[in-house]
Design a binder for this molecule. Structure first.
Ligand SMILES: Cc1cc2nc3c(=O)[nH]c(=O)nc-3n(C[C@H](O)[C@H](O)[C@H](O)COP(=O)(O)OP(=O)(O)OC[C@H]3O[C@@H](n4cnc5c(N)ncnc54)[C@H](O)[C@@H]3O)c2cc1C
Length: 398
């Protein structure tokens, strides 16, 4: 429930910022009408804290009207003028996971797309399993902005009441999802590594206590049940060409003043044009067992010959063998290459969690009991400093 107290001074600042035209000034007091979605923008803008939202106790709420599994669609820039943005692969991974959840719940799988221009994204979303696409097309959605995007997502959730909502644990998803969760007063489980349905609820599994245990989390008292999932954790389904999704076009009234953060300048960082570790098909990774920065360079040579990218354990990063952007694992990047070669990495749980979904894992370690061998398809017990040069030599001969 939204209430305006006697503190209201009738300044009218809340009227233009309301995205739903839900506020009228009557007798110099703000009065909300039925279009109000409790998005909370007016609460933030009110200079005298006269507007407050009171919420029912969560456990007393009736959740029977909440239906549908939603996936937030993240767009990324392409640098191409005709198709300036494309859908990030993590969206398709979430649609794959969401499809299973929706089928089990016997509900629709819906994609939520916020864009300044429709470039036919619905077709692709349909082919990856979406039944429906909620699309908001608006000039103000030209680039991601926390205030603008969260306001639109909150209003869509309040209008359509999904039971589950998933986001990529990307820079954007990690910014947006908590904002939406706090506006809706619901929980959010970050960095889930598995999702399932248990007794009609979303079972959210994630590493806890430094990755030493897996925690299973349920949110029985709030809707939607919201989770973020890192890129490369869920397997993407093969697209079914010709499978289409129903598009539901939604409108939003977005005032420029909602945008409290203004981007003054954008700089693209150049990483030498190399493939980013999260997208690499082949990764040659090294750990503390590589001993020195100089010896670690052997892995640069090997990965170049294989057409791959170099990865590193946290210990190797801490020792300065490689930059943090190359770190694989819980506090680094989750990867899922076709081939993961590891040299001198013990296989701590925090490392394994970031690479275990690789297709083929080959591990080299001089300790036959190293835990990395538990996830490796091929294990070589031996000295990395002997084996890596031999591989380089063999590849050069080829
Ligand atoms: C909250 C938290 C988050 C973390 N996040 C991450 C993360 O994202 N990624 C990550 O990697 N770690 C992470 N860690 C650290 C993790 O627990 C381990 O400490 C780290 O992965 C160990 O790195 P390592 O395997 O290179 O080193 P070590 O565990 O020291 O293992 C070195 C291995 O090299 C082998 N070796 C030594 N010499 C040779 C040789 N000549 N030839 C072959 N093998 C040799 C040894 O037998 C040993 O198995 C995290 C820890 C915490 C608490």
């Amino acid at each position: 429930m939204i209430e305006v107290s006697k503190k209201c001074i009738g300044c009218g600042k809340c009227v233009p910022v309301c995205p739903f035209a839900a506020i009228n000034m009557i007798d110099k007091k703000a009065v909300m009408n039925e279009a109000c979605t409790l998005c909370g923008v007016c609460v933030q803008i009110c200079p005298v804290q006269a507007i407050a939202i009171t919420r029912e106790e969560a456990s007393r709420r009736d959740h029977s009207g909440f239906k549908g599994v939603w996936v937030y669609v993240e767009l990324t820039e392409t640098g191409d003028k005709t198709h300036p943005k494309k859908i990030k692969p993590v969206t398709f991974e979430l649609l794959g996971a969401g499809r299973k959840l929706a089928d089990e719940l016997k509900e629709d799988l819906c994609a939520v797309l916020l864009t300044d221009k429709d470039h036919g994204y619905e077709k692709e979303l349909g082919s990856y399993g979406a039944d429906k696409v909620y699309m908001v097309e608006h000039d103000e959605l030209f680039e991601y902005n926390t205030d603008i995007f969260s306001t639109v997502v909150v209003s869509l959730v309040n209008r359509h009441k999904p039971s589950v909502m998933l986001y990529g644990a990307t820079i954007q998803g990690r910014d947006l999802a908590p904002r939406v969760a706090s506006a809706l007063y619901v929980g959010l489980t970050a960095d889930c590594t598995a999702l399932a349905i248990k007794d009609g609820l979303l079972l959210q599994s994630r590493p806890a206590f430094g990755g030493n245990i897996m925690a299973d989390i349920l949110s029985p008292n709030s809707r939607p049940q919201m989770a973020t999932v890192r890129p490369n954790v869920m397997k993407m389904n093969e697209p079914v060409h010709g499978r289409t999704a129903m598009t539901v076009r939604e409108s939003a009234k977005l005032d420029k003043s909602l945008r409290r953060v203004k981007v003054l300048e954008r700089k693209l960082s150049h990483d030498g044009g190399g493939v980013r570790i999260e997208n690499a098909k082949i990764i040659v990774s090294g750990g503390r067992g590589m001993k020195t920065k100089d010896k670690f360079k052997l892995l640069d040579e090997l990965s170049k010959l294989l057409g791959g990218v170099v990865g590193a354990s946290r210990a190797a990063v801490d020792l300065g063998f490689k930059e943090k952007t190359h770190q694989v694992g819980q506090s680094g990047t989750t990867v899922s290459p076709k081939l993961y070669l590891s040299f001198g990495i013990s296989g701590a749980v925090q490392h394994i969690v970031g690479m275990k979904s690789s297709d083929v894992i080959v591990a080299v370690n001089k300790d036959p009991n190293a835990p990395i061998f538990n996830v490796a398809k091929y294990g070589i017990v031996g000295d990395a400093h002997e084996i890596a040069p031999k591989l380089i030599e063999a590849l050069k001969k080829k």
